[in-house]
Design a protein around this ligand. Structure first.
Ligand code: KG4
Ligand code: ZN
Length: 389
């Protein structure tokens, strides 16, 4: 095995991150500078602001990752960077800096797909725990603010190969958490707040109709889906998701139950606090709202778990990975563990810090490419809509 220290750089969305990982298995340093506070007043990520903040943060974040790893720039074996998918302007900051470093230090450059990074966060986590036994086929659910994808993953020689067998037709799961939180005046990002509030409500209080996938695939053209699924549909059934309906159902619930005034008061009260605590959120949420939050989270978790486990059975997989920002969700983890155990299916997650965007996952995903000498040319560019295959 070729030992290698890889510096990873990630700037696809609203986190500027750098990390040093040894040979895809040892996490030496992991620095994440979050821009959440800056985007918060806008209730979502503002692309122009994200690029500007990445520019500000990239040099100190990389410097800190190397300092914490106690390694010099020269002692790094390769530089890995996220190529896509993500915000084009944000990606370009990381890519430009990675290229400059690779050129100045005369080190190989490795381009990594962000989604592959999320999958390798799970592998990094397991290797850190000493688990090197991995049963194939592997099914990976990548569930974040921008993505809800199901991939079959296989290691064909050194590089990995992926086949997409499902994705969201409209909103990503994390996007639904964020939009619902915004709708309820809970601020941005919504996932972590809903996660903490849900245990305080009754998850059986509100019933949502199951997601109906009748509409055309809103993302088909953008993702170039034809290229993603070049197989006979009979042998390769798809398991798509849809989360725009539940968001609309919540909006309707707010209207029909006269919750709007309460939402506005809550939003104004919480906006005055720099870092609201759980008690602050609870103090501003009535029982109807807490029940709605708990019921929403339960519906999201049930849908994600049920579809993923149905896909796992259809493809007779041996191992399940659940990764991406939403994989940090407690109820999602517990439900996957319980339901996976019932089916005798081992389910692996990254630790919570490795679930959300980070650069350690990029450095880990780069290691098989390093071994295969799969280096990027100096003129490669950002690919905002990059597909994983
Ligand atoms: O992977 P990530 O950091 O960025 C993307 O690649 O999108 O995921 C961010 C998303 C946001 O939508 C956020 O609300 C959601 O992950 N998220 C959560 C939790 N923590 C983050 N969703 C549910 N429960 C959580 N605990
Ligand atoms: Zn991500």
């Amino acid at each position: 095995m070729l030992d290698a220290y890889i510096l990873g750089i990630e700037s696809s969305c609203d986190e500027t991150a750098a990390a040093v990982v040894r040979s895809g298995e040892e996490l030496i340093s992991n620095v994440v500078a979050s821009q959440i506070a800056m985007h918060q007043p806008y209730g979502g990520v503002v692309p122009e602001l994200a690029s500007r903040e990445h520019l500000r943060a990239i040099v100190p974040v990389v410097r800190q990752a190397l300092a914490e790893a106690k390694r010099s720039y020269e002692s790094i074996d390769a530089i890995a960077v996220t190529q896509g998918p993500g915000l084009a302007g944000a990606l370009l900051v990381g890519i430009s800096y990675a290229k400059a470093l690779a050129f100045a230090l005369d080190k190989p450059l490795i381009a990594v797909n962000h989604l592959e990074g999320h999958i390798h966060a799970v592998l990094l986590e397991e290797r850190r725990k000493g688990n090197r036994e991995l049963q194939f086929p592997v099914l990976a659910l990548v569930v974040s603010g921008g993505h809800t994808h199901l991939y079959l993953a296989a290691q064909k020689g050194e590089p990995w190969a992926y086949e997409n067998i499902g994705h969201t037709r409209d909103d990503a799961a994390g996007e639904a958490f964020d939009k619902v939180a915004k709708l309820l005046g809970l601020g941005y990002p919504g996932g972590p707040v809903i996660d903490r509030l849900a245990p305080h409500g009754d998850a059986k209080a509100v019933k949502f109709p199951p997601a109906q996938i009748k509409h055309a695939d809103r993302r088909a053209r953008k993702d170039n889906r034809a290229m993603e699924a070049p197989f006979d549909p009979a042998d390769h059934p798809r398991f798509d998701f849809s989360y725009s309906g539940i968001k609309t159902a919540i909006l309707r619930y707010v209207e029909t139950h006269n919750l709007r005034e309460g939402v506005e008061t809550r939003q104004q009260a919480l906006a005055k606090l720099t870092q609201p605590k759980l008690e602050d959120y609870l103090a501003h949420c009535d029982k109807t709202t807490l029940d709605l939050i708990a019921s929403f989270q339960r519906a999201m978790v049930d849908d994600l778990v049920e579809k993923t486990l149905t896909a796992a059975r259809a493809y007779d997989v041996a191992t399940l990975f659940v990764t991406g920002g939403v994989a940090a969700n407690r109820e999602l983890r517990e439900t996957f563990e319980q339901e996976g155990a019932k089916q005798g299916l081992p389910v692996y997650f990254p630790s919570r810090p490795l679930s959300t965007d980070n650069a350690a996952m990029i450095a880990a995903a780069a290691y098989p490419k390093f071994q295969a000498k799969d280096f990027a040319p100096m003129d490669f560019s950002a690919e905002a809509g990059m597909i994983l295959r």
